[in-house]
Design a protein around this ligand. Structure first.
Ligand code: SME
Length: 160
């Protein structure tokens, strides 16, 4: 009975802690970046039940869509544009509680209401890609998401 209560009461933090271990073992022993990012996207999508999760790579002067899980997304985003382009430009995590209130938000899906975008740095501390997560609920992301998604960005930094 107690075990059942624990299962239904699994918190966001507990889910992320399990996922972090899973992601560490997923990338261990595999050095192909696309294979690893694809599995990380899937682990996050199904582990956290996210609406959309994916990576945008910095390629020359724009972001280009990489591995993702969810509905079809825009393929290219300019530096400073939308939440992803702003994250790249400002080199910091962006939490947007209501995408309609974010000037220049790029609506890939009309269902998306809030989002978090985390920069992934390379070993020279340049932004190599951004990790974008979208939700159909308003204000769905907080400091717990920021803290764990930044830990995942650190894991990726070490396998780029
Ligand atoms: N919402 C993002 C664009 C990417 S899609 O949500 C997948 C933005 O404004 O940067």
């Amino acid at each position: 009975m107690i075990e059942n209560i624990k299962i239904t009461a699994t918190t966001k933090k507990e889910k992320y802690e399990l996922l972090l271990q899973q992601i560490k073992s997923l990338v261990e022993g595999e050095n192909d970046l696309i294979a690893n990012l694809s599995n990380i996207a899937s682990a996050l999508k199904f582990g956290m039940n996210f609406f959309w999760i994916g990576f945008y790579f910095v390629k020359e002067n724009e972001l280009v869509l990489g591995p993702f899980q969810g509905t079809i997304a825009c393929t290219r985003i300019k530096k400073g544009k939308g939440v992803c382009g702003t994250c790249w430009e400002q080199k910091k995590t962006m939490i947007v509680e209501d995408v309609e209130k974010f000037p220049g938000h790029i609506a890939c899906s009309s269902l998306s209401r809030s989002e978090i975008v985390v920069p992934v740095f390379d070993k020279n501390n340049n932004v190599a890609m951004v990790l974008d997560v979208d939700s159909t609920k308003l204000s769905d992301f907080d400091e717990t998401d920021k803290s764990f998604l930044e830990k995942i960005a650190e894991i990726i930094k070490n396998i780029i």
